[in-house]
Design a protein around this ligand. Structure first.
Ligand SMILES: [Zn+2]
Length: 250
């Protein structure tokens, strides 16, 4: 890069001088010239009320069908994370957490990984206890297959209610990246309603309910499910995040 910006103003003689002879002064000029750098990332999303479902593994198998008619790509199921991924976070400057996250999610499609980055970053889903069924819902991908900033991704997140053991499903959508567009929020709201309609139309749906995330229960960490062998990453889990059966004290 040329050193023109280091030149003192008004010293026109320097114009002819070669760049190899910069001014020798080390005095701080009255006005320093700074080049500005900036990146604004914008992530946003929406989550609906919950829908209580009749418990049971059959209800779990219904999740992908709730995106039929709305999905614009393959429907992928992301299961709750086991204990070895309990610190997985999509934050590259924290290598241990980032490695866990990559190890847990490198198998998924670019669309699902993008959805997880957006929705985990804004805390709309928590894979410690959520099962997440995901697809592209609106917009385009780039040439590498990753959704554009205004594309909308999402689907259904489900977890097991700590009080009753019922499965609670909610619609979740998200979008974002290096930019924002005015109509994305409106399209996102419409898609959220569409997914919620599908969830409510499911044969196991029992109606709307408030979503309460699983709360801490001291001393229950590290339990292994006696039914399916899943070791939960969620230290508070009362019900197995994977199969929904009640966890027993070892
Ligand atoms: Zn289990």
């Amino acid at each position: 890069m040329p050193l023109d910006f280091l030149k003192r103003r008004g010293n026109q003689d320097d114009e002819a001088a070669p760049a190899a002879t910069p001014p020798a002064s080390s005095v701080l000029p009255e006005e320093i010239v700074a080049q500005e750098y900036q990146l604004k990332l914008y992530f946003a999303g929406k989550s609906s009320e919950g829908v209580r479902m009749k418990a049971g593994p059959s209800a779990m198998n219904e999740l992908p069908s709730m995106l039929v008619g709305l999905a614009k790509s393959e429907i992928e199921v992301v299961e709750p994370l086991p204990i070895e991924y309990s610190e997985a976070t999509p934050t590259i400057v924290r290598p241990s957490e980032a490695m866990q996250w990559l190890n847990a999610h490198h198998v998924h499609s670019p669309i699902t990984r993008h959805a997880l980055v957006v929705l985990e970053s804004i805390d709309a889903i928590d894979l410690a206890f959520d099962t997440f069924v995901c697809s592209m819902l609106d917009g385009e991908t780039d040439t590498s297959g990753y959704p554009e900033y205004n594309a909308i991704v999402g689907g259904v997140a489900s977890h097991w209610d700590e009080a009753t053991g019922d499965m609670i499903c909610r619609a979740v959508v998200g979008w974002g990246g290096r930019g924002v567009r005015g109509d994305t929020d409106r399209i996102g709201a419409k898609l959220l309603a569409g997914i919620l309609t599908n969830v409510l139309a499911n044969q196991y749906a029992m109606g709307l309910t408030a979503v309460e995330r699983p709360m801490p229960a001291a001393g229950r960490g590290g339990l292994v499910c006696a039914h399916c062998g899943f070791a939960s990453a969620h230290e508070r889990a009362f019900y197995c995040p994977k199969c929904g059966m009640r966890l027993l004290r070892g």
